[in-house]
Design a protein around this ligand. Structure first.
Ligand code: NAD
Ligand code: UGA
Length: 458
């Protein structure tokens, strides 16, 4: 087998993962292709299509040496025998399963394109997140022609988180590779293990049957999101009882059986995958007649909507039951810090709901204003986009922290307070500010899951 690797799909996963493989395996030639020419042009420029700490350096070190970005999908299929597929698998918006099931059309088109252009046997690796048993459909499509060429389908889901993608890929908790338990399947799997073993200790490279691998990816995201929804339900109870959700999370998380991570109460989780993957899991459970199981997981998404709506209602009631005509500054629009990605960001929901209340919304973010404009383009309302947080906050009645960017915890809130309308409010959707200090400056402060600090008489 030659040492050529192809990845179809040059998105948040395809670009960074292949850059990492290229950097760790200098003897492999890695090609990334996409049907979107603007995206490929951006990968070939100094202005990469995504923001991710450390990515610029990684691309600079590999691009043009053993990492190449191209739009020539067909030629690339002919030239490569190991093909990762990292195309998007969004929630279906039409027909059966609309709003729940994964839309597999991009994956299937890719499989057919591989079949049409392959003139030698290939290993095809699912890097995209897919419903369990997708590999079976892929095998049936790929092996549908009696032309002497064979295809082995593997599952190698990606666990990186945006904002820390480079670190996550360099130091993964595990790499998961699923295959058929046949000699051919195991042989194909070993070829992929060999790539990751260049920098990842063998004991962290987990090999399983292909269905376990596909399902584990959905389950990992469901468990992570479930923790956030769990702590967010407790934040609601804390607000009623004067308990402090951060203290509760700390006390609970110190139990090593529970663990401390992913217990930060927030305005809600965002990102392109948690909601989509849980809904996909729910759809699968219903498909297999497991209604109770489906209902259980569906509540994780339901609680996330509840938490965002709760945040809006807290703003509305705190600000004297009307937001009409009030100017509200959203600090952050990305779905988490250190990314420009806004897919499913709670900030979209909050901005839309504020507009429905006839508030004027000023949006600030160091990396996500371009995406924010696109997200809100079709929505009726007064939206302003101002990168400098001091300028953005000027003349506002309230600040609402949407994203946990470090920069927001070190702003000069005295200066900001002086230029705001009074009484001035802070709604900290990420619990990252020094609430006591902000209160002392004069703000009325509403954290998540902690008693508010206000200057009003009870
Ligand atoms: P993305 O939308 O950023 O990128 C997907 C790319 O695939 C797009 O550029 C699109 O143009 C391209 N594409 C679609 N059809 C194609 C075709 N037929 N030929 C060539 N290119 C095609 O998506 P993403 O965020 O990179 O996610 C990809 C997959 O990885 C999804 O299944 C997602 O669930 C999963 N995943 C994402 C993350 C993440 O952090 N974003 C993490 C783990 C797993
Ligand atoms: C998540 C998973 O963490 C990755 O393992 C997975 O590969 C990826 O989804 C995927 O499949 O796409 P990502 O969505 O990039 O990664 O980022 P996370 O760090 O998981 O954060 C998701 C959301 O939860 C963010 O909005 C974040 O602010 C929020 N969050 C996270 C909380 O509200 N509280 C927490 O304690 C942690």
């Amino acid at each position: 087998m030659n040492k050529n690797i192809l990845c179809i799909g040059a998105g948040y996963v395809g670009g960074p993962t292949m850059a990492m493989i290229a950097s760790k395996c200098p003897d492999y030639r890695v090609t990334v292709v996409d049907i979107n020419p603007q995206r490929i042009a951006a990968w070939n420029s100094d202005n990469l299509p995504i923001y991710e700490p450390g990515l610029d350096d990684l691309i600079r070190a590999t691009r043009g040496k053993n990492l190449f970005f191209s739009t020539d999908v067909e030629e690339a299929i002919r030239e490569n025998d190991i093909i990762f597929v990292s195309v998007n698998t969004p929630t279906k918006t039409f027909g059966a399963g609309a709003g729940m099931a994964a839309d597999l059309q991009y994956w299937e088109k890719t499989a057919r394109q591989i079949l049409e252009n392959a003139d030698s046997s290939k290993i095809v690796i699912e890097k995209s997140t897919l419903p369990v048993r997708t590999a079976l459909a892929m095998e049936r499509i790929l092996n549908s022609q009696a032309n002497g060429i064979s295809f082995d389908v593997l599952s190698n889901p990606e666990f990186l988180a945006e904002g820390s993608a480079i670190w996550d890929m360099e130091n993964p908790d595990r790499v998961l590779i699923g295959s058929r338990e046949t000699d051919r399947g195991r042989e194909a799997r070993n070829a992929i293990v060999e790539i990751y073993a260049r920098w990842i200790p063998r004991e962290r490279i987990l090999t399983t049957n292909i269905w376990s691998s596909e399902l584990s990816k959905l389950v990992a995201n469901a468990f992570l999101a479930q923790r956030i929804s769990s702590i967010n339900t407790i934040s609601a109870l804390c607000e009623k009882t004067e308990a402090d959700v951060a203290e509760v999370a700390r006390a609970v998380g110190m139990d090593s059986r529970i663990g401390a991570k992913f217990l930060n109460a927030s305005v809600g989780f965002g990102g392109s995958c948690f909601k989509k993957d849980i809904l996909n899991l729910v759809y699968l459970c219903r498909f297999y007649g497991l209604e109770e199981v489906a209902d259980y997981w569906e509540r994780v998404v339901g609680i996330n909507v509840y938490q965002q709506e709760r945040f809006i209602m807290s703003m509305l009631t705190a600000m004297f039951n009307t937001l009409a005509g009030k100017r509200i500054c959203l600090l952050g629009f990305a779905f988490k810090a250190n990314t420009g990605d806004t897919r499913e960001s709670p900030a979209i929901f909050i901005a839309r709901r504020l507009a429905e209340e006839h508030a004027e919304v000023v949006i600030s973010d160091p990396k996500a204003l371009g995406n924010a404009r696109l997200d809100l383009a079709g929505i009726d309302g007064a939206f302003h986009y101002v990168e400098d947080p001091y300028e953005a906050a000027k003349g506002c009645h309230a600040l609402a922290v949407m994203t946990e960017w470090d920069l927001y915890s070190s702003l000069d809130y005295e200066k900001i307070f002086a230029q705001m309308d009074k009484p001035a409010f802070i709604f900290d959707g990420r619990n990252i500010l020094d609430h006591k200090r902000c209160f002392e400056i004069g703000f009325n402060v509403y954290p998540i899951g902690k008693p508010p600090l206000t200057h009003f008489e009870a």
